[in-house]
Design a protein around this ligand. Structure first.
Ligand code: ZN
Length: 378
């Protein structure tokens, strides 16, 4: 029997100005007008001890000027907005007692961020458990992302990486230890990840991504592709094309000095693809006065500027985006690029388009190429 209860994480506050606030955090919280106190009274008795009918009867008894219809509508609004759970939910089938203990804290955060009414408060965990994710690149970004996905209980995590562990990796690639130097990264990563969570299927392969075909072969086998590599040049565009072709949700993440960035995409929904943003950017840059980069020509060594924090931030944000694509919690807007600046601790250069770019070489209309039978248009 359904016994509605306000989620503990959303517990309301009476603001003292005739309003009630519920949800606690921006993006989830809402304020409701409550001049005569009946909303607060309703929230107080939505504590999971009463059935829906009992709640309605008790409230109408206390506030006779409110009709049963008013009260039911208010409760249904709270349910629809994701603030209510069923205190009488059954223990979730499909998760063992050990899994419920392991993921108990995550259950609280999923419940907090989740605005979709669910059958049980474990539904998000079950969705993660059913998901298959491939992580391409087990460097600073990918090793952090893979660790977060495995710890979070994503059902199958597959690691792809051709390189071996080097001493210079150890300032940021926290999956590896000194004894791993010289070992294939995939071998060491799979070993560590399996040791972290036996409930997750962890696999890996030492694979060089040398063209879009390799990514196509991976994208077709997994629910989400996480690209955490920026080499060879063009790999992000290859991933974009592979995932568009297979309809695979995908995420990419990286850093440029203190600027951390990710992009997340759900192909097939009519939104812009990753290459759309770059096509538009190229047009904007071409319209600016010509710029001259500093290039003294005396062999100043390039730096690969990264710490465990900058790479790890990108890794954790990509893992967060992957889980959003799997469970829609939180429901992050997709088909966008996001950035975060570690110097200002603020957002940095988020990129949005309301529609695919007509200039995009990957998905934009090319009149001459329209009748090419779906052949490669790049
Ligand atoms: Zn495009």
């Amino acid at each position: 029997m359904f016994r509605p209860r306000i989620k503990w994480e959303h517990r309301p506050v009476r603001l003292g100005d005739g309003r009630v606030r519920i949800g606690a955090v921006q993006g989830i919280a809402a304020a409701m007008a409550d001049p005569d106190g009946w909303v607060w009274a309703l929230l107080e008795i939505l504590d999971g001890t009463r059935t829906m009918d009992r709640v309605v009867a008790d409230l109408v008894h206390a506030f006779p000027d409110r009709s049963e219809v008013d009260v039911r509508a208010a409760i249904n609004d709270l349910i629809r907005e994701g603030y209510v759970e069923d205190a009488a939910e059954r223990v979730s089938e499909g998760l063992s007692a050990a899994e419920r203990e392991r993921y108990g804290r995550a259950r609280g955060l999923w419940r907090w961020m989740d605005r979709t009414p669910r059958r049980t408060s474990w539904d998000v965990q079950l969705l993660l458990r059913q998901a298959r994710v491939v992580v391409v690149g087990i460097g600073g970004v990918g090793s952090t992302a893979a660790a977060a996905l495995v710890a979070s209980g994503v059902g199958h995590v597959h690691c792809v990486e051709p390189d071996v562990v080097e001493l210079s990796n150890l300032n940021r690639q926290l999956l590896f230890v000194e004894q791993d130097v010289g070992r294939p990264k995939v071998e060491a990563a799979v070993e560590r990840l399996r040791a972290c969570n036996r409930e997750v299927l962890v696999t890996g392969e030492r694979l060089v991504v040398d063209g879009p075909t390799v990514l196509l072969g991976l994208a077709v086998r997994f629910d989400v592709l996480l690209l955490a590599a920026d080499k060879p040049a063009g790999i992000t565009s290859w991933a974009n094309r592979a995932c568009r072709e297979t309809g695979t949700a995908w995420v990419h993440g990286g850093y440029q000095g203190p600027r951390v960035s990710i992009g997340l995409y759900r192909p097939g929904k009519g939104g812009p693809c990753r290459d759309c943003f770059y096509a538009e950017r190229d047009v904007r840059l071409a319209a600016l006065p010509a710029q001259t980069p500093w290039s003294p020509g005396i062999g100043i060594p390039e730096s690969h500027a990264v710490t465990a924090v900058s790479a790890g931030m990108a890794g954790l944000m990509t893992a967060h985006a992957v889980m959003s694509l799997i469970a829609d919690v939180p429901a992050l807007p997709a088909d966008r690029e996001y950035g975060f600046n570690l110097v200002t601790l603020r957002d940095s250069r988020a990129l949005e388009l309301t529609a695919p770019s007509p200039l995009c070489p990957t998905c934009g209309p090319l009149p001459q190429a329209r009748d090419n039978g779906g052949q490669d248009r790049v």
